[in-house]
Ligand binder design. Structure first.
Ligand code: MRU
Length: 366
């Protein structure tokens, strides 16, 4: 992604530390944040300086590297894996990335662990970029087909796409998952318009998806979270595409709270609803998403308060609720497989069911 004319990944290393973009300050300020210790890596994930399932995983991988620089014996390794593993509960990419690190580091002599941790985290980061680009190419075929269909029917040729939360460049190392096909379609000259759910309570749509779509020059409009169903009823949305934090082996998908309601509205209005995920988001150990996927419950303050820029440019936090009222803040919900048109992965597009997913990833499913 290019920001102010320069290409950025969302995470990189310099000397002995890791640098990330501070997503809590976007869209008002583009600032970076250096992480030098295990504590700082855990804090960055917990406080959502970095967020989005793939990026959480890669940050955790580099967190292990930071920890190994201080102590690289078995106890230090296990402590780093455990602490990072507890930072956020829903995104399975976190556990996937830590497992990859553990596989390489557990058998390695302690004297080699710093170098091997860096190599493995770099490899996972590069793999994430390649996966997201491949998801983009697969998803582009869906947008192209819709575009052709509209042209043939003599309709307005713009493909109108709704997305929820942020599953773009900022949620991954580069490209994004749900937004990658959109960037490629736009670059190919297909006219697209993205309707971006604001995504209360943390507003990842209004502040992050809108920020990166704008930076790439993709036409878009921010919607309040409850407007999508209305637009679908009035034929203003051709397709929905979202990312996920965890997909079960049977195709149920957990994503940011509110995704399920959009999938229901899409089903009622015959609007295709796609999830775009790398294979690292599929949890082959789970089958029933509603029963088995742990849903993070975040602090009620995120519901009762909001932060934003004032007219003079300073960032302020205000209370929007009646003081004294309780608030509940489940951060994710599960969209059952029956509401999902298809899952777009780096190896192809398949129906949301076990046989179809396993046919793409037989080595992981078994
Ligand atoms: O709570 P967040 O901001 O980490 O949640 C992120 C999302 O729900 C994303 O849409 C999801 O992780 C997909 S990321 C490609």
């Amino acid at each position: 992604m290019r920001i102010h004319g320069r290409h950025y990944r969302t995470i990189w290393t310099q000397d002995n530390h890791v640098t990330v973009i501070d997503q809590t300050r976007l869209p008002h300020a583009f600032t970076t944040c250096d992480l030098s210790t295990l504590d700082e890596a855990c804090h960055a994930i917990q406080s959502m300086i970095v967020r989005g399932a793939p990026l959480i995983g890669i940050t955790a991988a580099y967190g292990v590297w930071l920890a190994m620089q201080v102590a690289s014996d078995d106890q230090a390794l296990e402590e780093a894996l455990t602490r990072l593993g507890k930072t956020r509960p829903t995104a399975v990419n976190l556990h996937w990335a830590l497992e990859q690190m553990a596989k390489v580091l557990r058998p390695a002599p302690s004297s080699e662990r710093v170098a091997r941790a860096k190599m493995e985290a770099d490899r996972l980061a590069d793999e994430d970029v390649a996966c997201c680009h491949a998801i983009g190419i697969e998803g582009l075929s869906v947008i192209r087909a819709l575009h052709q269909q509209k042209l043939k029917a003599g309709q307005n040729q713009c493909v109108n796409i709704l997305t929820h939360c942020n599953a773009g460049w900022l949620a991954t190392v580069d490209w994004g998952t749900a937004l990658a096909p959109i960037y490629l379609a736009h670059d190919e000259g297909i006219t697209v318009h993205v309707y971006v759910d604001e995504t209360r309570p943390r507003n990842q749509g209004a502040s992050l998806s809108a920020y990166e779509l704008h930076a790439h020059g993709v036409p878009h409009t921010i919607l309040v979270d409850n407007a999508g169903g209305h637009l679908m009823q009035h034929k203003q949305i051709d397709m929905c595409i979202v990312g996920a934090d965890r997909v079960t082996s049977c195709g149920d998908a957990a994503n940011k709270i509110g995704t399920y309601l959009k999938a229901l509205a899409a089903k009622d209005n015959d609007v295709p609803f796609y999830f775009a995920v790398p294979s690292s988001t599929i949890d082959w150990t789970l089958s029933d998403g509603l029963r088995d996927i742990p849903i993070e419950e975040r602090h009620p303050d995120e519901v009762t308060h909001m932060a934003g820029a004032t007219e003079n440019g300073t960032i302020a936090r205000i209370q929007i609720s009646s003081p004294g009222s309780a608030a509940l803040n489940p951060a994710f919900d599960v969209t059952p497989a029956r509401l999902i048109t298809a899952i777009i992965t780096e190896r192809g597009i398949v129906s949301a069911n076990r046989a179809a997913l396993a046919s793409l990833f037989p080595e992981l499913a078994s």
